[in-house]
Design a protein around this ligand. Structure first.
Ligand SMILES: [Zn+2]
Length: 577
């Protein structure tokens, strides 16, 4: 008798092997057999006509605050995710002195667009140090497994106070202390250290995230702590313009420590071929023994509506006058033809930089839903700008009316990054490159403009099944990209593959019926905080450590998730593989 048997499904086991019909038996939270299982299970799931995969491992999330009040970590849990790695991009909530809490919340709010009021109400600060933060998570019930990284921004502000927050240069003593804290976090089980090197990520006062300008000495000094701890991924939020000297210390660190370095890589709108340079540098570094991996996204994702953080009318006086009204009231005013006319007729110059794309980039704005489907890869001629041109109307009027659809809950799609050529061909190329890793869902973050926690589902619905504009991925590749590959980068060798001895984190999916639903803005964070979410249909069951957590999209109430402490060894059985 097994604890659980998933019977007769098409098993896509995460190794990249071709799918095969098999049963999966689970005992004691681990997979005990994949093949023909004779014995019955105390619980049986019929997977006939369904696919059976490892649970998704999402390595780029920002649930650092949410994890302290929400055992479910939605929306990731709705998309078959069974392990998340948080603490990315240099921001997080530990270590934290009591007088820095508000500042850390402000930093998370402005960098990751998570409502500060929700964080302030939701987080019960039970820690000061990073190990104490981990202990606090360890005590909480969770529906899925959670792994942490030590964030540079928090550590720098903790050690250097105002000087750190203001990005002043670190003294040798500061660096030694940051290294000590990093090592302490890793020894407590953090899986990595993260830092932000992008001008785009700024604190409330406009100051870039602490550590953004940290010199090579500081980075190498902290890197040594990873080397001493003997494990840890070095995660870097970059703005796609990594200068050569930056790459030099990444390479130096990775080669010297033997530890992985990973950085975000997207196609930049102003420099659409730059990613090729970065990938070439990455390749060269790998050839020299430096384990550097570029994190890539499977689609662009910005979605704007009246309730979003930004939309094309936010700078107009006519809108600003009503911007702070409760939504129902604001909507009434927006329906007023006089208000519409005032907003549309007001001429505002484009703001400098990338902001111009948000208010004036009409050729890069699209209707998200067309022909009953969410279309994230529309053609240039389908843009709102092009549509308006053909109709001889003001594109702003088209946008205004789209936002008014569905009783003021209409959305436009703005592929700000990763869409310079109006197709995903570069993403396909990135995905097929050995030096990349699927990432950047930003689960739990950017609540006002994106809902990319749905990436894992999109990989199957679009990249395997629905894409018609170019190359698709095989099911086995798409699955291994977000199971074995992501788990291995972070040293979680106990999961990500369906094989005996590994963790029984499993999805049972109706592949034909699988779909992502339209984005919706909901207000269920603490203090009625807002977040844009997307739900999914087609996940028949999700299993974490052998326990069914979701069935047909409904939570079973079981909370088998755990804090992941440190790298996880593969079972001896697979060690040779
Ligand atoms: Zn991030």
């Amino acid at each position: 008798m097994h604890d659980l048997v998933i019977r007769g499904g098409m098993v896509v086991d995460g190794t990249g092997r071709a799918p095969r019909i098999a049963d999966v038996a689970v005992d004691g939270g681990l997979i005990s057999k994949v093949g023909a299982v004779e014995a019955a299970g105390r619980r049986e799931i019929s997977a006939k006509g369904l696919i059976v995969t490892p649970g998704w491992v999402d390595i780029h999330t920002h649930y650092d605050g949410q994890v302290t009040w929400d055992p479910y970590l939605s929306p990731s849990c709705w998309h078959g995710v069974t392990t998340v790695v948080m603490g990315n991009c240099g921001v997080g909530f530990a270590p934290a002195r009591p007088d820095r809490r508000e500042w850390l919340i402000g930093l998370m709010e402005s960098v990751e667009d998570i409502p500060g009021s929700a964080l302030a109400e939701g987080i019960k600060w039970e820690w000061e140090t990073f190990p104490e933060y981990m202990d606090s998570i360890d005590r909480k019930p969770l529906v899925l497994d959670v792994a942490t990284q030590a964030p540079h921004g928090s550590i720098r502000a903790y050690v250097m106070g105002e000087r750190g927050a203001r990005n002043e240069e670190a003294t040798p003593a500061d660096i030694a202390e940051m290294a000590r804290i990093t090592r302490e976090a890793l020894e407590a089980g953090a899986l990595g250290f993260s830092t932000s090197r992008t001008q785009l990520h700024r604190a409330k006062d406009g100051e870039p995230v602490p550590g953004t300008y940290a010199g090579a000495e500081e980075m190498i000094g902290i890197g040594k702590a990873l080397g001493q701890a003997g494990h840890g991924v070095f995660e870097i939020a970059s703005d796609m313009t990594i200068p050569d000297d930056e790459f030099a210390w990444m390479k130096q660190f990775a080669a010297a420590s033997g530890l992985p370095v990973t950085f975000g890589m997207l196609q930049a709108p102003g420099n659409p071929e730059k990613w090729r340079d970065l990938l070439r540098l990455t390749e060269e570094a790998r050839a020299e023994g430096a384990q550097i991996t570029a994190q890539i996204a499977c689609r662009p994702g910005m979605v704007l509506g009246w309730q979003s953080t930004v939309h094309p009318f936010v700078r107009k006086t006519g809108y600003r006058e009503i911007a702070t009204l409760p939504f129902a009231e604001r909507l009434e005013r927006l329906k007023d033809p006089a208000v519409r006319e005032a907003i549309l007729s007001e001429v505002t110059p484009p703001p400098p930089g990338i902001g111009a794309l948000l208010t004036h980039g009409f050729n890069n704005m699209f209707r998200l839903e067309r022909a009953g489907k969410l279309d994230y890869e529309p053609r240039a001629e389908d843009s709102i700008g092009a549509e308006a041109d053909r109709a001889g109307v003001d594109p702003q009027a088209v946008i205004y009316d789209m936002l008014m659809e569905n009783d003021g809950r209409g959305y436009i799609y703005l592929p700000l990054l990763n869409y310079a050529k109006f197709n995903f061909d570069h993403i396909a190329e990135m995905m097929n490159h050995p030096a990349t890793i699927l990432s950047l869902s930003d689960g739990g973050a950017h609540c006002g403009v994106i809902c990319d926690a749905s990436f894992p589902t999109y990989m199957l619905t679009y990249w395997v099944r629905d894409r018609e504009r170019g190359e698709r991925l095989s099911l086995e590749k798409a699955v291994s990209m977000q199971t074995r590959d992501t788990a291995r980068l972070y040293g979680m060798n106990d999961r990500g593959v369906l094989a005996p001895g590994l963790k029984a984190d499993i999805n049972v999916i109706d592949f034909e019926a699988l779909q992502i639903l339209a984005p919706e803005m909901i207000f269920d964070l603490p203090a009625d905080g807002r977040r844009l979410v997307q739900r999914a249909e087609g996940y028949r069951a999700t299993v974490v450590s052998g326990v069914v957590t979701f069935e047909n999209g409904v939570a079973t109430g079981k909370l088998p998730g755990k804090l992941v402490r440190g790298p996880q060894a593969a079972p001896a059985l697979l060690a040779a593989e």
